[in-house]
Design a protein around this ligand. Structure first.
Ligand code: NAI
Ligand code: BUO
Length: 256
């Protein structure tokens, strides 16, 4: 019987790369996204390459939807072993531009979405009568404040705190909780941050990337697959003696 992994925000970008990688690792994958079309396309891609996947439509900011989606995956894929709370949003928010609406939007998805994912996974692991692995999307921006990303950066600091706390709370149930902290990854999210930062500075596209990239020791932006490789480790047995960690996969932007 295949182990089952549930990946949120798996319709594109890092989540898609994680879903494809975990399928290659032998997991049956629930491709969860609020964009049904992209989730279906990723699930089709996995199934057409001899993998096993279903698409699940969910808005991670809605607690009831998250519980229903996890239960749907557990029932249809016949098990539940790993959740990757990957979905996130990252609008550019220079301090003086911050509004209640943008704070609610980012925190509802990036922070509450992770809490609901953790809770729903715990319920599923209990129903399966075993422990499991919870893996949360953090960021290098959750280790050091990033310019013009105050709301996003603070939401990722919160995810790192949640990861540590949940690790302590859930260890007695045989559940590990870890996070991954990418740097700049070539996805639609990054393209949009670059556009907003470049535009705010009155500079051409690519200016935002140039500013952030100066901090990358390895001298290149990362591919979604760089991140998926680390998540593969966190989802598999080689990380069994790790919990509460948020791994930097940022090419050396931050040293901690
Ligand atoms: N791209 C980057 O440079 C970095 C990204 N990250 C984090 O990695 C994660 C994935 O980022 P990317 O792939 O770059 O983003 P992306 O914007 O390219 O893809 C995000 C996916 O999440 C889905 N999504 C957004 N809100 C959702 C919601 N409420 N419910 C369900 N699905 C939702 C979108 O439909 C999309 O498929 C995010 O948590 C992000 O903060 C962290 C560090 C760097
Ligand atoms: C978007 C993000 O998390 C970065 C640049 O670290």
């Amino acid at each position: 019987m295949k182990k089952v992994a549930f990946v949120t925000g798996a319709g594109q970008g890092i989540g898609k790369a994680i879903a494809l990688r975990l399928a290659k690792d032998g997991f049956a994958v629930a491709v969860a996204d609020y964009n049904a079309a992209t989730a279906n396309a990723v699930a089709d891609e996995i199934n057409s390459h001899n993998g096993s996947a279903i698409a699940v439509t969910v808005d991670v900011s809605d607690r009831e939807q998250v519980f229903a989606a996890v239960e749907e995956a557990r029932t249809k894929l016949k098990g539940f072993d790993v959740i990757v709370n990957n979905a996130g949003v990252a609008p550019s928010t220079p301090i003086e531009s911050i509004t209640p609406d943008v704070v609610d939007k980012v925190y509802n998805i990036n922070v509450k979405g992770v809490i609901w994912g953790i809770q729903a996974a715990v319920q599923a692991f209990k129903a399966e009568k075993h422990g499991g692995k919870i893996i949360n999307a953090c960021s290098q921006a959750g280790h050091v404040g990033n310019p013009e990303l105050a709301v996003y950066s603070s939401s990722k600091f919160a995810v790192r705190g949640l990861t540590q706390t949940a690790a302590r709370d859930l260890a007695p149930l045989g559940i590990t909780v870890n996070g991954y902290c990418p740097g700049i990854v070539k996805t639609p999210m990054w393209a949009e941050i670059d556009r907003q930062v470049s535009e705010a500075a009155g500079q051409p596209l690519g200016y935002g990337t140039e500013q952030f990239a100066k901090r990358i020791t390895l001298g290149r932006l990362s591919e979604p697959e760089d991140v998926a490789a680390c998540v593969s480790f966190l989802a598999g047995p080689d990380s069994n003696y790790m919990t509460g960690q948020s791994l930097l996969i940022d090419g050396g932007m931050v040293f901690s």
